[in-house]
Design a protein around this ligand. Structure first.
Ligand code: FAD
Length: 547
């Protein structure tokens, strides 16, 4: 459908999806407005935090595990593939084949005794033995012996590997039910943390799935409501929801249906959350759904029944070039409706998928930054922006990176923002030491985002965490590697700002052999308008068609 050509904020958001990285970063550096002295002070504070984290406590098991098995090793990749697939393989034979395929060819021995954690070393030992048993390439009697042991041992291996994967999942899931999760949350709450619960499960494939998740969210809100004993949303636990879980066709091509069916579902949940006095956050998902999500959010928020409630929250991803414009639009909505909303700033969890999708579609650009330091700069710039909008926005800074935390603390102090005008957030199982130190020293607020659900529903979430933490550019990965000095872990991203790295876009994928075929982003309104424009004169208006 052609849209009004006036350049609204929403049009600007559409137009900026593939905007030039260098230009976008230059503008963000200006927004961040940090002098050399500011940057040096932030780095010193971040390096001190890194040193404190390294000396003060055990990093989490997952962090140690990923330091040993990052995605730069074949073994790390094998484990990730296994974690991704194993728990949803229905039959034993396929499970055994999968384990054999992933475990046997890897060189586990070289990891033995490396890790500071005895648990990780024990896992390495088990994986190495499993690999040896499964590897029956060698000839002769040994081969026969191996295949005998393998046959006898298959159920044992299967159970052991399954357990290991479940344990990995437990690191990231607070509980299988909301009741169990809330019970487990008591410990951290006693230390001063609050929670936002997330019911695992996303991307409903059928209407039945969507109904199931809707019910799960409603039940969770009712259960959490019993724990909302404080007068303010900021002090009460909250809930995070994924729009993709609530509608099977949450996509641009189904815009009208989404507005008709998804909006009432989200509104019903938001009203429940409002009546309980809790925060209700809409998670950010893939870039091709961002514009659609803003339409849904705008329609829900406009409901007069939600007036005078400051618990509606939206997540903004700093790795997207559009983040500042999205914040502008959210501020505008809050202003127009005379509301106060929450905005959770994250870097973004779908980086690998966004890059791959843009390349596969043959698009000449990316909807996300392609250099890690550019995402870090964007985060800091948008954090400054949010701290300047606290009349309408309650910023929630979700990060596990000490430099990013130090930058937020520095800017908040510079701008004289009170400790209760914003909060930090972390994921369950991550960034615990950093945020415990900051909470104690700064008396700032911190909320833990805690996934709740069955292990079978964990996969998509687990893979995002593994990709994020296994990447050697990630903060969590670097902090456990003692060979990386604290000053390097806490290095200033502004010093490394530069042109876009040499990552081939869709058209250049097969260069120099040939140019790739042209691609179209059929979720992008300006592209859709451009395709439709030449055909428009030949289109018959619907009203003049016969019966
Ligand atoms: P860092 O190690 O400093 O940053 C890692 C991030 O940098 C990557 O995740 C990626 O975003 C970015 N990055 C990595 N490599 C590159 C590169 N080459 N070019 C450009 N950027 C790169 N994510 C969502 O998408 N939607 C959500 O709704 C959401 N909700 C969250 C809620 C909470 C409370 C928290 C803590 C996180 C949430 N996340 C969400 C996940 C979040 O995006 C990641 O945890 C976060 O990106 C990790 O950033 P960091 O500052 O902790 O770590």
């Amino acid at each position: 459908m052609p849209r009004d050509t006036a350049l609204t904020l929403r049009d600007a958001i559409d137009a900026a999806i593939y905007s030039d990285e260098t230009v976008a970063v230059a503008s963000l550096v200006k927004t961040a407005a940090l002098s050399d002295a500011d940057r040096a002070r932030i780095c010193d504070r971040a390096a001190a935090l890194v040193t404190q984290i390294r000396t003060s406590a055990d990093p989490g098991l997952m962090e140690v595990f990923l330091a040993e098995y990052g995605l730069s090793t074949d073994e790390g990749i094998a484990l990730m593939c296994l974690a991704e697939a194993l728990l949803r393989v229905p039959d034993a034979d396929t499970m055994d084949d999968l384990i054999e395929d992933k475990i046997a060819p890897s060189d586990w021995g070289k990891h033995l005794g490396h890790s500071a954690s005895s648990l990780v070393n024990a896992s390495t030992w088990a994986l190495m033995l499993t690999g040896r048993v499964l590897d029956d390439e060698k000839p002769g009697i040994t081969r026969h012996l191996r295949s005998a042991v393998k046959r006898l041992g298959e159920p044992v291996i299967r159970t052991a590997v399954g357990r290991a994967m479940r344990e990995m999942g437990r690191q990231f899931v607070l509980g299988e039910t909301i009741q169990k999760a809330m019970k487990r949350a008591d410990g951290m709450q006693a230390k001063g943390f609050t929670y936002s619960y997330d019911m695992l499960g996303e991307a409903a494939r059928t209407e039945a799935d969507a109904k199931y998740y809707h019910l799960a969210y409603s039940r969770a809100i009712s259960a959490i409501a019993d724990h909302c004993v404080h007068g303010s949303v900021a002090e009460n636990p909250g809930i995070s929801v994924k729009l993709s879980a609530l509608h099977p066709r949450y996509e641009v091509a189904q815009q009208a249906r989404v507005m008709e069916e998804l909006v009432p579902r989200v509104r019903a949940l938001a009203l429940l959350a409002k009546s309980a006095g809790m925060g209700f956050n809409i998670d950010a998902e893939e870039a091709d759904r961002l514009a659609l999500s803003l339409d849904v959010i705008g329609a829900v928020l406009a409901d007069p029944a939600l007036a005078k409630w400051d618990g509606f929250g939206v997540v903004v991803q700093a790795y997207g070039q559009r983040a500042p414009l999205v914040i502008d639009q959210l501020y505008q909505m809050a202003h127009d409706l005379d509301r106060k909303i929450m905005v959770r700033l994250v870097k973004g969890a779908y980086w690998d998928a966004e890059i791959k999708r843009a390349q596969v579609q043959g698009i000449d650009g990316f909807p996300v930054f392609t250099a890690k330091q550019h995402t870090d700069i964007s985060y800091i710039a948008n954090a400054r922006k949010l701290l300047g909008l606290t009349d309408r926005i309650y910023p929630q800074f979700a990060t596990h990176n000490a430099h990013t935390v130090a930058a937020v603390l520095d800017m908040a102090a510079q701008m004289r923002r009170g400790k209760d005008t914003f909060e930090f957030q972390r994921l369950h199982g991550m960034g615990e030491t950093l945020h415990t130190i900051v909470l104690g020293a700064e008396n700032t607020r911190c909320r833990i985002y805690a996934p709740v659900g069955a292990h079978e529903d964990l996969l998509a979430y687990l893979v995002r965490r593994l990709l994020e933490n296994g990447a050697n550019s990630s903060f969590v990965n670097q902090i456990v590697d003692e060979s990386v000095p604290a000053s390097v872990v806490a290095a200033c991203p502004f010093d490394a700002a530069g042109p876009r790295p040499d990552l081939p876009t869709g058209p250049a994928l097969f260069a120099p052999a040939r140019i790739n075929s042209k691609g179209w982003d059929l979720t992008h309104q300006p592209t859709l308008d451009a395709i439709e424009r030449p055909a428009r004169p030949c289109m018959t208006p619907v009203s003049s068609q016969g019966p």
